[in-house]
Design a binder for this molecule. Structure first.
Ligand code: FMN
Length: 358
């Protein structure tokens, strides 16, 4: 089969990264992206939090900030989508340029700062998608964050939950993006427990007895002591899932100096092993009691499988789409199926946390 993305890539890579992303979204909205179909196999399906996941590969937050291309992401073969990060008020984010690619290392640095159209526009887009009745394609989670100007984070998260929680399958509290001052401070026991208490209260008011599961997305740059503290807080605070990880502030020496000197969060291949170790640690620290979503530098089925065996129930990606194009989703699922079969697993659920023994 002709790989159209491989042909288009040299041209796309002459365009400034955020402009290229904008064009991609436009093409997706216009239905111009090729529909890849999806890999459908019982071995890849899973029920988690009472939700059906047709396959374990999801699109990570940040790709579809305003919930504009949910349907097109499902058509690419993703088993679940996570639009956002959305904030209550619209905001511009940081000055451009704020996305940088390093094609030699399949790496991206971004310092977007949550540019988005705000929760009203997000809700309208979500409603438009839901009205089409295609919800069965996979699960829809939303990733929520606070406005840069907000000094009391819980207020923003509560507002977002009140408006959006009844419409979605899961909620992700993002407290780990490096580009919003103060946000990562929520990654410690007391601030997190306080936030969880407000958020869960609001979720109960908005959704009653059947609330969507509450996930928390963490950074890869946590010390072992911080990971331990947060694992205990997540168990104590009733967190339903953890997304591991967001981008890193670290700069491996292998990166070219000019690229590495850009401020922001690094994603893609240089993050792969580091985020897997965080998944492995949290699986151990929580005794496998909280489902984990592994994200960071996944671009092959083998890399997804490594995260699953380390303890991830599901996997997400973003940067791999930039370097490999939409075909990467089905390629990962196809390879994953082969790897599961080769190891004698009848279903993906049997492989989760396999590294840790029975
Ligand atoms: C351009 C860009 C924007 C991002 N924006 C967000 C965001 O708004 N919220 C969030 O939780 N993560 C955001 N992320 C982080 C990704 O969701 C993901 O955690 C990270 O990129 C690691 O995965 P990857 O290596 O597959 O890209 C962004 C990543 C990139 C590259």
């Amino acid at each position: 089969m002709v790989d159209f993305y491989a042909l288009a890539r040299p041209l796309l890579f002459t365009i400034e990264p955020e402009t290229a992303h904008g064009l991609t979204l436009k093409a997706m909205k216009a239905g111009l992206m090729p529909s890849c179909g999806s890999i459908s196999d019982p071995a890849l399906t899973q029920k988690l939090w009472g939700l059906k996941f047709p396959n374990p590969i999801g699109i990570a937050a940040g790709f579809d900030k305003n919930a504009e291309v949910i349907g097109a992401c499902f058509k690419m073969g993703f088993g679940f989508v996570e639009p956002g990060t959305v904030t209550p008020k619209p905001q511009h984010g940081n000055l451009k340029p704020r996305i940088f690619r390093d094609p030699a290392n399949d790496a991206v640095i971004n310092r977007m700062g949550f540019p988005n159209g705000g929760m009203n526009a997000f809700k309208a887009n979500l409603e438009k998608f839901l009205a089409k009745g295609q919800r069965t394609a996979g699960a829809i989670g939303i990733n929520i964050g606070m406005n840069k100007s907000q000094k009391e984070p819980a207020k923003d998260y509560a507002m977002l939950i009140k408006m959006l929680a009844p419409m979605v399958d899961y909620l992700t509290i993002n407290i780990s993006s490096p580009n919003t001052p103060g946000l990562r401070d929520l990654q410690s026991r007391e601030p997190l427990l306080e936030l969880l208490s407000v958020v869960k209260d609001e979720r109960r008011k908005a959704c009653g007895d059947h609330p969507p599961p509450l996930l928390v997305k963490l950074a890869p740059d946590l010390t072992e002591a911080q990971q331990e503290e947060l694992a205990q807080a997540a168990l104590y605070g009733g967190v339903d899932g953890l997304i591991l990880t967001n981008t890193t502030l670290e700069r491996p020496e292998s990166l070219p100096e000019k690229f590495a000197s850009e401020k922001g969060g690094l994603s893609g291949q240089p993050l792969s092993a580091k985020s897997t170790e965080v998944v492995r640690n949290f699986y151990k620290l929580t005794g496998g009691k909280i489902p984990l979503i592994g994200v960071g530098g996944v671009s092959t089925g083998a890399q997804a499988y490594v995260k699953i065996k380390a303890g991830a129930s599901l996997v997400q990606l973003y940067s791999a789409l930039v370097f490999k194009g939409p075909g990467v989703v089905n390629a990962i699922n196809t390879e994953l199926l082969k790897l599961l079969k080769a190891d004698g697993y009848a279903n993906i659920a049997e492989a989760i946390g396999a590294d840790h023994g029975a």
